[in-house]
Design a protein around this ligand. Structure first.
Ligand SMILES: NC(=O)c1ccc[n+]([C@@H]2O[C@H](COP(=O)([O-])OP(=O)(O)OC[C@H]3O[C@@H](n4cnc5c(N)ncnc54)[C@H](O)[C@@H]3O)[C@@H](O)[C@H]2O)c1
Length: 328
């Protein structure tokens, strides 16, 4: 049994707690939140030890693995402490808020024997796994253009650390890491980013922009686009399209020259969701990686490369010019 501790018991932490409780090869032992009122009720309900200070949790010899579900800007310090204490880690996205911190985490993981999973949850969604398998099957040929949108009305979430001074961060990373990671995973590495953004919808929010367009150059020569739109008045959407030399995929719509005389897109009956919650699959992946002594499918390095693309987008918006992506 993998003995687990969870840091941060807000929205994501409760999802991790449920996922770990359902995992028959794991046992949650300790939960930590700086806000005792948040963590005491689940601790009592599930007979778990509660600690207020995360350093106590990562030093606990009764713990093998740590879930990190705290605000984005805390991931780096807590992930490093957990890895340096020899704990396996499941860290929520984004891995960290800058490339330097990502590099520190990647180096610490490389020097250790621990397994590290970055919580880029969309990679665990059957819908996106199917889209990836369509692309890798060759049915679309070589991609020359790919795009992904993160469309999320964030008005209900404009409080707490997401809007705090010094903690609000940049939506290019906090929201943009989802579509950027999908494109990297399916189409390949991104070399250069050019950002164009505005802030006309969430005028009071502390983010530099609420509507961000990233144009991308993939290493393969393909071009790409990411749209991060958060002040929208419409339901959530996470869109993905890949245009290839033999066919086109637009979410669940497929057109391919492999099928002769096809006159229109085929609607694929794939499980597209209004929300993608696959925390159970992520815990299963970490447990399997530990048992099989292999790197988890979304390693620290994978998380770091996604942060690097987003950081290039942030720098591009600030400097108003294309920015090369940092290479790990
Ligand atoms: N995979 C996804 O799609 C997804 C969805 C939501 C959130 N997230 C990520 O999960 C993380 C948490 O987001 P959330 O929505 O759960 O936030 P939240 O505000 O609901 O919860 C954060 C919790 O962390 C606690 N905390 C803060 N600092 C702490 C510290 N130093 N030690 C211990 N506890 C501390 C807070 O008290 C709070 O309970 C973020 O990184 C976010 O980006 C990922």
């Amino acid at each position: 049994m993998l003995r687990v501790g969870i840091i941060g018991l807000g929205y994501a932490g409760r999802q991790h707690l449920d996922a770990w409780l359902q995992n028959s090869e794991a046992e949650v032992k300790v939960i930590c939140d700086q806000n005792e009122a948040i963590a005491r009720p689940p601790a009592e309900e599930h007979h778990l030890k509660y600690v207020k200070d995360y350093t106590e949790l990562v030093r606990d010899k009764e713990i093998d693995a740590v879930s990190i579900c705290t605000p984005d800007h805390m991931h780096a310090e807590q992930a490093l402490a957990a890895v340096q204490s020899g704990k396996h880690v499941f860290c929520e996205k984004p891995l960290a808020t800058n490339v330097l911190d990502c590099q520190r985490i990647v180096e610490a993981v490389d020097k250790s024997k621990v397994k590290f999973l970055t919580g880029q949850v969309l990679r665990f969604a059957p819908f996106f796994q199917s889209l990836k398998s369509i692309y890798t099957s060759g049915m679309l040929g070589e991609a020359f253009f790919a795009e992904s949108d993160y469309i999320h009305d964030l008005r209900p979430f404009l409080s707490g650390w997401r809007c705090g001074a010094g903690t609000a961060g940049d939506l290019t990373l906090s929201g943009g890491c989802h579509p950027v990671d999908l494109l990297r995973w399916i189409v390949g590495e991104i070399d250069e980013v050019y950002a164009n953004s505005n802030k006309l919808a969430l005028k009071e929010a502390p983010f530099p922009a609420d509507n961000i367009l990233l144009t991308l150059k993939f290493r393969s020569g393909a071009t790409g686009k990411v749209q991060i739109t958060t002040g929208c008045r419409r339901p959530y959407a996470l869109n993905l399209s890949v245009y290839g030399t033999k066919g086109t995929l637009m979410n669940n719509k497929l057109y391919t020259e492999d099928i002769r005389l096809l006159e229109d897109f085929i609607d694929l009956p794939l499980p597209q969701k209004a929300q993608y919650q696959y925390y159970d699959k992520e815990t299963e992946e970490l447990v399997s990686a530990i048992k099989e002594d292999r790197e988890p499918s979304v390693s620290a390095l994978e998380g770091a490369r996604t942060v690097a693309v987003c950081q290039a987008g942030i720098e591009s918006a600030a400097r108003n010019c294309p920015v090369k992506v940092f290479e790990f």
